[in-house]
Design a protein around this ligand. Structure first.
Ligand code: UGA
Length: 384
């Protein structure tokens, strides 16, 4: 799709900011906002763009922040642009807006084309109007564009990610309780999710959330609350639960092996933080890998796409032979004393367990995503 637009000239890329913005009616700032040392969002890239705009802008326009930024950032962007303009003695009408993105890694185009909602934050009606026109083709239902003030739009993005992370940490805590009470958490998810007020989506228990967004945004919101003098008790619990959750698979293995790690071989299925990406940022697999390698265990890990990134990170363990990577789920099961599912890629959903049982030295599965029927595994001869 992009190729067609490139060859028609409708889309072009440019490294020169002045050229890129020359005739732009709307300018989007979509650079990253990584975690700073204290957990707050590092705005250096956003503000650098604002400074560059202040140096280059020659015409009236709407500047829109797409990046996930703390409340008040768009106002700072406006200030930085205006400072640059006044240094050049130019008077321009530059409006700022906030239009946070809600795209998921791996389904970004689909999420963009069919958004649940588009949030437009601006303190001037003209900004709302312009963005409403821009998004009109993507909104089957025009009520999906939610117009609000700048600050509310900026905050909404953090609140959305923090709420989703809260749902996950909540169900993960329920899953621990369920395991202890011999209850299937999947039954509970369906039972509570059938209440429309709760919903079945995005409350799958697992081995913790990762990625470049939830961990970073929860941390940034905690930092923001601290700065405002508000105790972020819920957010702290969400983060703590998630950190604990990422250690549970290792704890379960330790219990299973009674702490005796010598000559153990563990197979891992799935390394990326979620299916459909090779992204390892804050992935639960890293916590498990680090702990197993430290315990001296030999690890055979499989992922359809993330092995290159893992190989770079664990080059030493690979050259010493302690870590072997493969894209074949069956080859890593060979000779293993335990198989751990960490990321629920499609190819791991319905494997040939009879074949796997034959390949493993000790047939036992630790299901970090609750996708297998434990009774079925028991019937097939896997240890419980
Ligand atoms: C997330 C949000 O879902 C997007 O709406 C948002 O735009 C994006 O962050 C962002 O801020 O840019 P993403 O990080 O791509 O998107 O990944 P998700 O699909 O949300 O998954 C995040 C983590 O939660 C994964 O590790 C996944 O395994 C875990 N998860 C998700 C669960 O453990 N249980 C669930 O029910 C859902």
């Amino acid at each position: 799709m992009l190729r067609t637009h490139l060859s028609s000239g409708q889309l072009s890329f440019n490294q020169c900011l002045g050229e890129g913005i020359k005739h732009a009616e709307i300018i989007f700032i979509a650079v990253g906002t990584p975690s700073g040392e204290d957990g707050s969002a590092d705005l250096c890239h956003v503000l650098a763009v604002a400074d560059a705009l202040g140096e280059k802008l020659e015409h009236h326009c709407l500047v829109v922040t797409k990046s996930t930024v703390p409340v008040g950032t768009a106002e700072r962007v406006a200030q930085r642009i205006n400072n640059g303009l006044s240094r050049r003695s130019i008077r321009l009408n530059v409006t700022v807006a906030s239009n946070p993105e809600f795209l998921k890694e791996g389904s970004a185009i689909d999420d963009f084309m069919r958004p649940d909602r588009v949030i437009v934050g601006c303190d001037e009606p003209a900004g709302h109007e312009l963005l409403r026109r821009l998004y009109a083709p993507f909104l089957r239902n025009h009520e999906r564009l939610l117009a609000m003030g700048l600050r509310a739009a900026e905050f909404s993005k953090y609140a959305a990610n923090a709420f989703l992370a809260t749902k996950i940490s909540f169900i993960n805590e329920m899953a621990s309780l369920c395991a202890s009470l011999d209850v299937d958490v999947e039954d509970v998810r369906r039972a509570i999710g059938s209440d429309k007020r709760i919903g079945t989506h995005f409350i799958y228990a697992g081995c913790g959330y990762g990625g470049s967004c939830f961990p970073k945004d929860v941390r940034a919101l905690i930092r923001c609350a601290e700065q405002e003098g508000i105790e972020p008790g819920i957010l702290r619990a969400v983060e703590a639960r998630n950190a604990l959750q990422k250690t549970l698979l290792f704890q379960a293995l330790r219990e299973h092996f009674s702490g005796y790690w010598q000559n153990r071989v563990v197979a891992i299925w799935g390394l990326s933080f979620k299916p459909g990406t090779d992204d390892l940022r804050e992935a639960p697999s890293l916590v498990l890998l680090d702990a197993l390698l430290l315990a001296g265990v030999t690890v055979q890990a499989c992922d359809p796409v993330a092995t290159t990134a893992v190989a770079q990170r664990y080059s030493q363990a690979i050259s010493s032979g302690q870590l072997r990577l493969s894209t074949s789920p069956y080859s890593v099961a060979e000779g293993a004393d335990a198989l751990v599912l960490v990321t629920e890629w499609k190819q791991f959903r319905q494997p040939d367990f009879v074949r796997i049982r034959g390949l493993m030295r000790m047939p036992v599965v630790f299901d970090g995503r609750n996708i297998y029927e434990s009774t079925q595994l028991a019937e097939l001869g896997f240890l419980q």
